[in-house]
Design a protein around this ligand. Structure first.
Ligand code: 9WO
Length: 268
């Protein structure tokens, strides 16, 4: 898998290239990252990549031409490297709040592809004519505004790379992640490690029991209860997908009864 970044700040991508799970996978050659600076595709002495907005208003707008030349250079390079099948060129993707909202399902789909050309905007935005001519899709990380697309691109890359075959070892496998299909799209259960008592707080005794079946059942109940409280929308989705067993429903009913007792207060 190969990601090409078009960015005024190529150095930022060391964060995802050189650290942690994605860094190790990069070292092992499971994915590659190539950053391209639109400034290198300017032809004036000031290496200008932005200009004032037509119609007025604050700030500056990224000019179309340096971005377009960068995309063309990337396409040539990807072709040379045979990074994509000739009939399936990598998509040009813009990180923008106007895009399709990214999620675990989309990350899984991306993990089955060969990567993308990610365009990271800065300033007030990008000349719309570049977007119309070159951008295949826009992706949003959520309803907030960033100072540039770079952090969004890194979030996207990290979410995809960790799903590539061979990236995670068994011990950290995505099996247990929240949103993993094995968890029916529920939130993950809480984690504990040594010591058994920390600052007066004990580890739930089931986890110390060595009973694998009881431990699995406990974790499932924790997932269900946490999801019911924090993300009822995810619980509804799991129910509609037919992923909740009669035992799950019974556990949820019991957890709801306990919560109702708590609310009623002591002695009632
Ligand atoms: C900003 C924008 C706002 C409303 C509708 C469309 C929009 N497009 C852009 C845009 O391309 N902005 C560039 C990238 C330049 C300004 C900083 N940029 C940006 C991307 N800010 N916030 C994001 C972003 C990306 C992904 N997920 C959330 C926010």
């Amino acid at each position: 898998m190969r990601f090409d970044l078009i960015t005024l700040f190529p150095e930022m991508f060391a964060a995802v290239r050189d650290h942690g799970v994605s860094g190790r996978a990069h070292l092992r050659g499971l994915w590659s990252l190539h950053a391209w600076n639109p400034r290198d595709f300017t032809h004036d002495v000031h290496r200008t990549v932005d200009d004032r907005p037509f119609g007025g208003g604050p700030g500056m707008v990224m000019m179309a031409e340096p971005l377009a030349q960068a995309v063309r250079a990337v396409r040539d390079a990807r072709r040379q490297a045979e990074a994509d099948a000739p009939d399936r060129p990598a998509p040009v993707v813009l990180l923008s709040p106007a895009g399709q909202v990214h999620g675990q399902g989309l990350a899984r789909r991306w993990a089955g592809g060969t990567g993308a050309i990610l365009v990271c905007g800065r300033y007030e935005g990008i000349d719309q004519r570049f977007i119309d001519r070159y951008v295949d899709q826009e992706v949003s990380l959520g309803d907030f505004v960033l100072s540039g697309g770079e952090l969004g691109a890194m979030v996207l890359i990290d979410s995809v790379v960790r799903l590539l075959p061979g990236v995670l070892h068994d011990a950290e496998s995505a099996e247990q992640d929240s949103f993993n299909p094995a968890l029916s799209g529920l939130l993950d259960s809480p984690h504990y490690t040594r010591p058994e008592v920390w600052d007066g707080a004990a580890v739930p005794e089931t986890l110390l029991s060595g009973h694998h079946a009881r431990i699995s059942a406990w974790r499932r109940r924790q997932s269900l209860a946490l999801t019911a409280v924090r993300r009822p929308d995810l619980l509804d989705q799991a129910r509609k997908a037919g992923d909740l067993s009669p035992q799950d429903e019974a556990a949820l009913a019991a957890a709801a009864a306990l919560a109702a007792d708590d609310k009623a207060g002591p002695g009632r």
